[in-house]
Each structure stands twice: as structure tokens, then as C-alpha cells.
Design a protein around this ligand. Structure first.
Ligand code: 6GU
Length: 284
């Protein structure tokens, strides 16, 4: 689990050097595309695309609905690198592996990380298709000792004790709200707290109640580890969650969460989400 010694600074640097030589592109913004939100990478212009499988030392993702490639190019006047398909801890990847790409993007030269994900809505005011600006997170695995910063600290990336009280950049959240108003997507926009549980299961009703009572507005299976590692190495972070389904609180309902519904909602709201992120990039 704490195999971060497998991904030393030198190994991350090797991957970075390989990518820089191949692409010749020096991105300033890194974007991690969540479930069904890979469409964002399609908006990238003057693309250079490389499959994870073709990057020596890079992990490979296994989930249906997640491509596994890096897309370099221009998005909304900025040079970006998009991860189309992220690594999840529920696939059996260590937290070090899940967060390796963040460090690769850091050494590629980004200063800002944008993360997106699909999630279940816990807040009763949130509807399917709504989007939430992540204001803060609760990383349940990390609180229980399964976190990406456990183990020897690599001082070349950051300090031993990382402050996370300002994990989601205030200025970027403000900017996003301005952009949302301009695009008219503010009608279905919220700002709230994302809880990560490791998965790969959708929560029981009692777990949904627990996580809601802890103060979370949505729940998902990703994002928080990447943001922890991004903050460790000094990246500014901005996160968007797409509510793809409502968490179940009712013992009498026949409804239940499923991955098809998650992907369908993402497909329906995807284009607007992508335009939103693209415009934010321009204005950063
Ligand atoms: Cl309801 N729960 C979790 N953990 N992840 C999700 C989800 C729910 N819906 C989409 N992703």
C-alpha cells in the first residue's frame, strides 16, 4: 500500500522527460477527466495524444467508460495536459499509483490542476445533472490511514505535513462562479463538500446517511487523493463534481445506483461541463 518508494522523484522525472521529448508541449494546466467527462479532451486543439500503455513506467486503467491516455494541446487559449481516464484505488492501484500522474504533470510544468468527477448527490437540493464546485473534501480512506502521503516523504515534491485547509483555491472558485453566470450554467451549479469513499460499491443507505451527517454534499470514489498530492507539491486546485445520480435514502424505493445511469448523465451534461471548464481555462 505504501509503495511510494516505487515512484521516486527520478522515476517521475524519467516519465516527464519522455513526455516532454515526445510532445514538445509545456502545459500550464493539468486536467483530470472524470467518468464520462473525457469529452473535455475532445475540445483540445492541436492535440498530441499518447496512450498510457505507450508511456514507459505509467500505470494502466481498467474501468469501462474511461479511456487511458494523455491529451496535450490547447484548450481555451491555454496549453493543457488532460488525463482521459484516471486511476482509482478501487481497481487495486496503490494510492501512490493513483496520484503518480499528478506528480508527472507537476514536473511537466503545470501550476494549476483541474479535477472533475461523477458523484452521487447526498444534499437533498441537488438534482441529477447538477454540477458542484468542490469547496472542500472528506477523504474517508485517508482518515482511516489509506492516503497518498503516507510513507517516506519525498522532500523534492513537498513538505512532510501538508496543509489542506485551503485545498480548493478560493480565487478559482470565485472565477468559476463568474464564468458560470456568463454561460448561464449557474442555474444548476452548487458549491459544496465532496466525500470520497474507496469503493468499488455504491453506498448502503446507512452509509449515505453517515456521510451526509459528516457534512458532505456529494459522494464519489476519486479526486481527493489527487488533490492531496497536488497540494503537497504546491499546485493550485479546482474541482467540479457532476451529480450523475441521487444517493438513495429510502428503504422502500426500487431505485438503485448503477454505472450506466452515471455514464448517461455524464453524456447528457457533458458538453456544457466541457464548455464551462474550457472557459475557466481561458480566464485563469
Ligand atoms: Cl451514489 N456513490 C459513489 N461512491 N460514487 C458515485 C456515485 C455514488 N455516483 C456516481 N459515482
Amino acid at each position: 500500500m505504501t509503495d511510494n518508494t516505487n515512484f521516486t522523484y527520478e522515476k517521475v522525472k524519467k516519465i516527464t522527460d519522455f513526455l516532454r521529448t515526445k510532445t514538445g508541449i509545456e502545459p500550464t494546466i493539468g486536467i483530470i477527466c472524470g467518468s464520462g467527462l473525457g469529452g473535455l479532451a475532445e475540445l483540445v486543439e492541436n492535440k498530441y495524444v499518447i496512450d498510457y500503455a505507450d508511456i514507459p513506467g505509467f500505470p494502466i486503467s481498467t474501468v469501462i467508460g474511461h479511456a487511458g491516455r494523455l491529451v496535450f494541446g490547447n484548450l481555451g487559449s491555454k496549453k493543457v495536459v488532460c488525463m482521459q481516464g484516471r486511476f482509482h484505488a478501487y481497481e487495486g492501484h496503490s494510492m501512490a499509483k493513483v496520484t503518480l500522474p499528478v506528480r508527472v504533470m507537476k514536473l511537466l510544468g503545470i501550476d494549476t490542476l483541474i479535477v472533475t468527477n461523477a458523484c452521487g448527490g447526498l444534499n437533498e437540493n441537488y438534482k441529477v445533472g447538477d454540477v458542484m464546485i468542490i469547496k472542500d473534501h472528506i477523504c474517508l480512506p485517508a482518515l482511516a490511514g489509506i492516503g497518498p502521503l503516507v510513507g517516506l516523504n519525498d522532500d523534492e515534491f513537498g513538505t512532510r505535513f501538508t496543509a489542506l485547509s485551503d485545498a480548493y483555491d478560493k480565487d478559482l472558485r470565485k472565477l468559476a462562479k463568474e464564468v458560470a453566470a456568463e454561460l448561464g450554467v449557474d442555474k444548476f451549479l452548487h458549491e459544496g463538500v465532496y466525500a470520497m469513499q474507496l469503493g468499488p460499491f455504491y453506498e448502503t443507505i446507512a452509509e449515505c446517511k453517515l456521510i451526509r451527517n459528516l457534512g458532505a454534499d456529494v459522494v464519489g470514489m476519486s479526486t481527493a487523493p489527487e488533490v492531496m498530492v497536488a497540494r503537497h507539491c504546491g499546485l493550485r486546485c479546482f474541482g467540479l463534481s457532476l451529480v450523475t445520480n441521487e444517493a438513495i435514502f429510502d428503504y422502500d424505493t426500487e431505485r438503485k445506483a448503477n454505472h450506466v445511469e452515471v455514464l448517461e448523465t455524464a453524456a447528457n451534461r457533458g458538453a456544457q461541463m466541457c464548455e464551462f471548464v474550457s472557459k475557466i481555462c481561458t480566464r485563469i
